[in-house]
Design a protein around this ligand. Structure first.
Ligand code: ZN
Length: 315
């Protein structure tokens, strides 16, 4: 039933109809996952979304500080941004939501138990119908390698998401962390192939035994790598607007997801940093459809891949 409604919603170019259809968001950085409007209303301010693509991640982070974080400072502001991410999942009918949290976010809550309690309460209050798959974001803090055992032992996180690897970890350290995560039955994801090369995508996926890759769009430059990803059923959690806004793709009309999908790689469509890029998951689907990149039926296949990926997680 959802399939026909989803296809009709795309053809009607209706964001309201799109919001009624169950979808997944498997690549969202928790404190950036809410909508601009939610923060505007809470802080009683006007936030103008970025109009032009950013020149670098540094530019993007600066925009975030100057336009969002200044209106929701400190710990209370952080909690409001997390609340916004759950509220967004509820509004956009995100049935399966992965949010990634750094260890800094955990310790800002005092203890791991406090952090877990706070996040569980926010989910219960603001996204009660959403299946929640929290990821531990790694690569932000030099100390985090010493904290991983304690965090994994709490059995709360469902996956890890290696975000910044080059500054903090050697390849052998990364491998050790990923092995530990696999032993703890966590889904292992990493940000690879957003900026790098197709070879990077395959190398990291192979060495770290990645289950999923955040972005991975650089794989498009190598038929061999695309075939390898398809053969190994490695899912790419793609974020089209993020790619446009960080100049990793020219536009929606030529986005790499078309070719990745054609090579049989499981792909999903996600928001990345909604509070910056200002495109909900519903809007992401509409953007690709309206650009003529993919048919409504193909986009529905992608929607179903996202919803079914819950089956990869141990119960
Ligand atoms: Zn990301």
């Amino acid at each position: 039933m959802s399939e026909a409604k989803f296809i009709q919603a795309l053809k009607n170019n209706s964001i309201v109809e799109m919001q009624c259809i169950p979808k997944s968001d498997l690549h969202s950085h928790s404190g950036r996952g809410g909508s601009i409007v939610y923060i505007e209303q809470w802080a009683n301010v006007k936030i103008t979304p970025p109009i032009e693509p950013f020149n670098s991640l540094m530019d993007m982070n600066q925009w975030m500080y100057d336009n969002v974080r200044c209106h929701c400072p400190g710990f209370m502001g952080y909690l409001k941004r997390i609340e916004a991410a759950f509220a967004q999942a509820n509004t956009d009918n995100i049935a399966v939501l992965a949010l990634s949290y750094s260890t800094d976010e955990i310790w800002a809550c005092g203890t791991l138990d406090n952090f877990i309690q706070i996040m569980n309460d926010l989910r219960k209050n603001f996204a009660p119908n959403t299946t929640f798959l929290p990821d531990l974001a790694l690569g932000y803090n030099l100390n985090e390698q010493n904290e991983i055992d304690e965090i994994f032992n709490a059995n709360w996180f469902k996956g890890i998401d290696i975000c910044n690897y080059s500054n903090i970890y050697s390849m052998s350290e990364l491998k050790k962390v990923c092995q530990k995560a696999h032993e703890s039955k966590l889904i292992v994801k990493a940000h690879i192939g957003e900026f790098g090369s197709a070879d990077d995508v395959m190398r990291y996926a192979e060495v770290l035994e990645l289950d999923q890759i955040q972005h991975g769009i650089a794989a498009v430059d190598s038929i061999q790598v695309m075939k390898w990803l398809a053969d190994h059923k490695i899912q790419l959690n793609v974020c089209p607007t993020s790619n446009v806004m960080l100049r990793n793709t020219k536009n929606y009309q030529s986005h790499q997801i078309r070719k990745l999908f054609d090579y049989g790689i499981p792909v999903t469509i996600n928001s990345d940093d909604l509070i910056i890029f200002n495109a909900s998951v519903s809007q992401e689907y509409l953007n690709l459809y309206n650009a003529g990149l993919m048919t409504a039926e193909e986009l529905n296949v992608i929607r179903e891949i996202g919803l079914e990926s819950i089956g990869c997680y141990p119960v």
